[in-house]
Design a protein around this ligand. Structure first.
Ligand SMILES: [Fe+2]
Ligand SMILES: [Fe+2]
Length: 172
């Protein structure tokens, strides 16, 4: 007798989201301290935040566009099912690029003073957009896959996403 399934197809994706979400509160906290604290205290943290976004959020989004969203489109029977989510990715990736550009040269006190308001707004904005984006994926897209994919198809989807995001060995 086959034991009952204890997890859903998208459980690994929800766990990955939980890992990303844990960093979003830190982005909001950093956005506040960018306004309140001297450059020396927060510039290294801004650099770390950009690094996190580039190394984790960007590959996650690219893997979704290559693997997850096509699977959702298939299950939903429409290539438009994920069109709005792809549009949100464009906005998210543009904002990450902008944040990276604004981070260059922040060691200069004058530059930091000039940009701290924009940096704070961008950090808050990214945290808010990402929170909403993850919520929509979890509440609307993931249930479609849970209902429409077999466990084997789900396992392949997750493996394919890891390969796209981190290479065939699943390395970071
Ligand atoms: Fe996404
Ligand atoms: Fe996602």
């Amino acid at each position: 007798m086959t034991p009952p399934a204890t997890t859903t197809v998208t459980e690994p994706l929800r766990l990955e989201h939980a890992g990303l979400r844990a960093h979003l509160d830190a982005l909001d906290d950093l956005a506040i301290r960018v306004i309140q604290s001297p450059a020396a205290e927060v510039v290294p943290e801004i650099t770390d935040a950009v690094e996190f976004l580039a190394r984790h959020v960007v590959p996650h989004a690219l893997a979704e566009e290559a693997v997850l969203y096509p699977a959702v489109d298939d299950v939903a029977g429409s290539p438009m099912a994920t069109a709005t989510m792809r549009g949100e990715h464009v906005e998210i990736l543009e904002r990450i690029d902008a944040l990276r550009l604004w981070t260059a040269g922040l060691g200069d006190a004058g530059t930091y003073e000039e940009r701290r308001g924009h940096l704070s707004a961008q950090l808050h904005g990214l945290a808010a957009i990402l929170r909403l984006h993850l919520e929509i994926e979890e509440s609307i897209l993931f249930p479609l896959l849970d209902a429409g994919l077999t466990p084997e198809q789900g396992a392949k989807l997750v493996a394919d996403m890891v390969a796209v995001a981190h290479g065939p060995e699943g390395q970071d």
